[in-house]
Ligand binder design. Structure first.
Ligand code: PLP
Length: 382
């Protein structure tokens, strides 16, 4: 008997990252000074040219419904961006969504049916598991934590996890929560398995623009992957636009048609003037993105050094703005204690499928990062 959708939703946990942020906000409302290292959003304002473009679009009356897949000019700009990354997608293979999260939800819902197997690389971003469960899929998980969160040394384990029963594999590089960027050899290993077992792969590239000295390869550029890869990206992280809610996915036309039905019947379209601001983001914001990435790199180095002073070694991330801090086996208790005793908010690794760690976001000022680490040390958490 198939499980009803309502039952599936009942069994899914709310987002752990959003729950911790809510707790931090609650403590702050009670007067506590919380160093919030739990947030998954850049602490920079949206670049002014993007804000201006959004305002101008509103003034120009771009406030009505748009084509469900998104305005053509934005899809053209996205098509060009993908081409710059080596991916060939015409505008009819792109759907613009209110955030990458919605894009992922639509793809997973369109692809996964009751009992279908989906492979995740742990630690994996919190919402993948929930989306798969809500679609009725089952999970097979590969733990990258023994390999400093890298995929290449775990290809044998991945090979054991992927079979002809696998419908979908989700790859997220640079990764949330580890910041790992997977090597080309790792991605080629993914390709070989996907081709052998006829698996569709989601390549969640939302942190692609935020890397430090490495250039991540888009999975869909590898030979044999163009017609089995769905590339997901969005504006939240690279352009500091989390609240604008703008993302997209691009993939084989058949899947776009199927997911497009879901899209048109659930969200109609992304917000009109926000889509106009998205064109400006893609076309004229390189310098602001570069500055932000440089700032993140400096903070990464600072946190790694400060932790080393307390004899804590971490797998140094090459991208995104997260790192995994090794903590007690009971990471939930560690995180609860850290927020209660030190007023430092982090996210338990178990929320990402990897107990024994806490995720730190270094999307905070250097001063707050220092303060947070000092407090954790002073309260005996390091
Ligand atoms: N994918 C990953 C790996 C993320 O970390 C996030 C946000 O935290 C998203 C997708 C969704 O981003 P948004 O919906 O803000 O575009």
């Amino acid at each position: 008997m198939t499980m009803e959708f309502t039952d599936r939703v009942t069994r899914v946990e709310p987002s752990a990252t959003l729950a911790i942020s809510a707790l931090a906000t609650e403590l702050e409302a009670d007067g506590a000074d919380v160093v919030d290292l739990s947030v998954g959003e850049p602490d920079f304002p949206t670049p002014q040219n993007i804000v201006d473009a959004g305002q101008e679009a509103m003034d120009a009356g771009h406030t009505g419904y748009t084509t469900s897949a998104g305005i053509l000019e934005l899809r053209e700009a996205i098509s060009q961006k993908l081409a710059d990354d080596g991916l060939d997608h015409g505008t009819d293979e792109i759907i613009v969504t209110p955030g990458a999260k919605q894009a992922l939800y639509e793809i997973v819902s369109a692809l996964v049916q009751d009992g279908d197997e989906v492979v995740l690389l742990d630690p994996a971003w919190v919402s993948y598991e929930a989306m798969v469960k809500m679609a009725g899929g089952s999970l097979s998980r590969v733990d990258l934590s023994p390999h400093d969160f890298q995929l290449e040394p775990a290809l044998d384990e991945l090979s054991d996890a992927v079979s002809d029963d696998t419908e979908l594999l989700i790859v997220n590089s640079p990764s949330n929560p580890t910041g790992a960027v997977y090597s080309d050899a790792a991605l080629e290993g993914v390709r070989d398995l996907a081709v052998e077992h006829d698996v569709t792969v989601i390549s969640d590239e939302i942190y692609k623009e935020i890397t430090y000295g490495v250039e991540p390869t888009s999975l869909g550029t590898l030979e044999g992957m163009a017609d089995r890869t769905v590339t997901v990206n969005g504006f939240s992280k690279a352009y500091s636009m989390t609240g604008w809610r703008l993302g997209y996915f691009a993939g084989p036309e058949e899947l776009i048609d199927q997911a497009g039905k879901l899209h048109s019947h659930s969200v109609s379209s992304a917000v009109n003037f926000v889509q106009h601001a998205g064109i400006e983001a893609l076309e004229n914001t390189d310098e602001a993105v570069e500055e932000m990435v440089e700032a993140f790199e400096g903070r990464r180095d600072l946190v790694v050094d400060l932790l080393a002073e307390h004899d804590v070694d971490v797998a140094v991330p090459d991208g995104a703005f997260y790192m995994m801090l090794p903590v007690d086996d009971d990471d939930q208790a560690w995180c609860e204690g850290a927020i209660e005793d030190a007023h430092v908010a982090t996210v338990p690794g178990s929320a990402f499928g990897t107990p024994g760690y806490a995720r730190i976001s270094y999307a905070a000022s250097e001063e707050r990062l220092r303060e947070g680490i000092e407090r954790l040390a002073a309260e005996g958490y390091l």
